[in-house]
Ligand binder design. Structure first.
Ligand code: THU
Length: 127
């Protein structure tokens, strides 16, 4: 959706990405209608880097609590295109709608592509 796309692009510009130069942004809407954003934050100890998607999800949990559910999320990277990484797919799945119906949008050849988290992460690990 274009509104989340604009928010994701805006927050991507705030990314702390001095190492990869990949500025990533994520905007998501929860079942309450609230919208949360996140950008990637890198670290000199590379493994401590956290992705934009997980930062957005964790902000949403901090505000709405453990019952937070994501209706839709959009991820963009300034100057590059990719869907959420595997780690972020697993985290998005944790807070998805029943059946993995949460919709994830990303850009491919400049155009938004939307897939459900169930499509992006089939056979999701769950306890
Ligand atoms: N990154 C994200 O923020 N989300 C993804 O789904 C994949 C990668 C970030 C992590 C790192 O700061 C940079 O992009 C390059 O991997």
């Amino acid at each position: 959706m274009s509104d989340l796309l604009t928010l994701a692009q805006n927050v991507a510009a705030k990314a702390y990405a001095p190492y990869s130069k990949y500025q990533v942004g994520c905007a998501l809407e929860t079942t309450t209608g609230q919208i949360f954003t996140g950008c990637n934050v890198e670290n000199a100890s590379y493994g401590l880097t956290i992705c934009a998607e997980r930062n957005a999800v964790f902000r949403a949990v901090a505000e709405e609590g453990a019952g937070m559910k994501i209706v839709r999320a959009t991820v963009v990277c300034l100057g590059h295109e990719f869907p959420p990484c595997g780690a972020c797919r697993q985290v998005l799945a944790e807070f998805s709608l029943p059946g993995g119906a949460t919709e994830i949008t990303f850009l491919r050849h400049g155009k938004p592509v939307t897939m459900t988290i169930a499509e992006l992460l089939p056979e999701t690990f769950a306890l």
